[in-house]
Design a protein around this ligand. Sequence first.
Ligand code: PEP
Length: 254
Amino acid sequence: MRQRLVMGNWKLNGTKETVVSLIKAFAAEANKYDKVEAAICAPAIFIGLVEENAKGSRLAWGSEDVDVNNQGAFTGENSPVQIKEFGCKYAIVGHSERRGYHNESSEYVAKKFKAAQAAGLKPVLCIGESLEEFEAGKTNEVVDAEIKAVIDENGIDAFKNAVIAYEPIWAIGTGKTATPEIAEGVHKHIREYLASFSKEVAEGVQILYGGSCNDKNASELFQQPDIDGGLIGGASLKADKFTKIIEAAAALAK
Ligand code: PEP
């Protein structure tokens, strides 16, 4: 039985003040449930503050990205081992904003996945198609290739200790959520694709939906059999919205 997971991605947002107040609210909400996990991925500069305020609660936390290197002359990068030192459980890799604005290829993302796991972090692999690819019916082809690059670098069993987030790029920050039917169709396909390598991995891996998921549509999305939770951008910056999303996941957890 896969546990539901609701994960926030703050992106480049927040102040010391908002970090403290949001983490306090989310930790209090996370402490109410033992069958659902809540987590926040924060800008690297705030991870220490997240740790200070979430430590001892059921709220997990992570980074929004990691470098492929642990140390050395790589100015401005964030080392997986340094991130781990601040109590992170998760590291997002391959977010479409990193792939798009920083030209990160699937092969490079696969190396970040490896570096995160080697440091003891659980990678959250983001995959998803552009609007053009969606309209051309290429969604499955795109997500398969993004997953295959990680399998080629790390092997299928690496997904025993990872999370996948399906995030159609056309749905991120646009208010255009994929319908539960569209999202479930892709999630089911992802699981079938993984099963062609290992049924055990396909059954066990949590696959989150991301893309304008909010307190109004979360429950319907999370009711789909292959959607195990959400990766939430904008709505994770609002205490009332994100806590309602955690509540929606908890209400469905058995
Ligand atoms: C994201 O960036 O991972 C995301 C899902 O953003 P939003 O919820 O704002 O669409």
